[in-house]
Design a protein around this ligand. Structure first.
Ligand code: HEM
Ligand code: HEM
Length: 289
């Protein structure tokens, strides 16, 4: 879907981007040799006003997205324009201030704007890549089907473990109970796995990627006393390995989904901060005029 956004109506907004940047550069180049380029020349005022109006337009996307009855263009068109004009804004603002920076509120507005643009670029990267990678990772199932498969494997694993010795029962049942998927926001974004399991010999242990419990059960197979126990342990091992594969997919899915949203938690609040700093910038420049 995002592929289409960049190509919207034959790259319409790419041309808008190009025209904005070229006209901005021409304005900048029209500075006379007596007055060095800066935010206070007439060209600087035009570029600054243009950039400020663009920021307001870009910030309006949030409202346009939520007003389903609006007939003012399609959401797709707005988002396509948003992406291209958001990048053009960087050129306009940099030309406006002639890349002169200092430790002041003007540069703060500029820095915040850059943070919004960078987070936006990252957002486009996630939209372009993650949905495809999510589909490949889920191999035809959706997330609730993967969870349903996991619960079924948990049930089968617990049933088999009850036929085995106490040490295996403790290890397998506790590994199922203490399997972690998702959790805190950092854990979701990094796919960190805080799973643990209990052993009769040494108490609680880490069980990252279910490796420790798989190792524990497989090392018990050569020590099994009865044939029937060997068969149970082998079946159990197969189930634990299938669980491991499903859990990997689920964690990856949670990670992708997390990144698809996480960047907006920078993009939107920093947009508000940019608009506030910009208002202070404009008011102070008029006060000291
Ligand atoms: C209506 C819109 C705007 C007006 C009227 C305006 C006005 C000005 C003026 C008069 C200056 C020169 C100040 C001086 O030389 O002391 C300036 C500088 C500057 N402006 Fe703007 N501006 C506007 C929009 C923006 C926008 C959108 C940004 C970026 C977010 C921005 C960032 C800067 C920066 C970084 C400087 C340089 C400050 C410095 O030299 O330390 N301005 N602006
Ligand atoms: C200073 C410039 C920018 C401002 C003020 C701005 C502001 C916003 C706002 C308010 C939203 C709506 C978020 C929501 O309510 O869900 C949004 C969404 C978005 N922005 Fe920006 N943005 C800017 C620059 C950019 C840039 C440069 C890009 C990409 C290169 C970008 C990409 C996006 C994307 C992909 C969305 C989500 C659209 C969707 O989910 O439909 N933005 N932006």
């Amino acid at each position: 879907m995002f592929d289409n956004l960049l190509r919207f109506r034959n790259f319409r907004y790419f041309w808008w981007f190009l025209v904005t940047v070229v006209v901005g550069c021409l304005l900048y180049a029209s500075h006379s040799s007596t007055e060095p380029p800066n935010g206070g020349t007439w060209q600087g005022y035009v570029l600054g006003t243009w950039a400020a109006l663009l920021i307001v337009l870009l910030a309006l996307l949030g409202f346009r997205k939520r007003s389903y009855r609006s007939r003012l263009g399609t959401t797709q068109g707005w988002t396509s324009a948003h992406v291209y004009l958001g990048i053009a804004l960087w050129f306009l603002a940099t030309l406006h201030c002639a890349a002169q920076f200092g430790w002041n509120v003007h540069t703060l507005a500029y820095a915040l704007m850059c943070l919004v643009i960078l987070s936006g670029l990252f957002g486009v990267y996630t939209y372009l890549n993650y949905p495809r990678r999510m589909t490949a990772n889920r191999t035809g199932s959706n997330r609730s089907e993967l969870f349903a498969e996991l619960y079924e494997l948990n049930r089968e694993g617990a049933d088999l473990a009850r036929h085995c010795a106490a040490d295996i029962q403790t290890a397998v049942l506790s590994s199922i109970e203490r399997t972690a998927v998702g959790g805190s926001i950092p854990a979701q974004l990094t796919g960190r796995d805080g799973s643990r399991f209990e052993t009769l010999e040494n108490g609680a242990k880490r069980n990252t990627d279910q490796e420790a419990v798989i190792e524990y059960v497989s090392s018990r197979i050569p020590k099994a006393e009865k044939r029937a126990e060997v068969a149970y342990l082998q079946d159990l091992l197969a189930i634990l390995c299938r669980r491991q594969a499903i859990l990997r997919r689920l964690r990856q899915d949670v990670r992708f989904q997390g990144w698809l949203k996480a960047w907006l938690y920078v993009h939107v609040p920093v947009t508000a901060a940019t608009v506030a700093a910009l208002a202070v910038h404009i008011v102070t420049t008029f006060i000291y005029w």
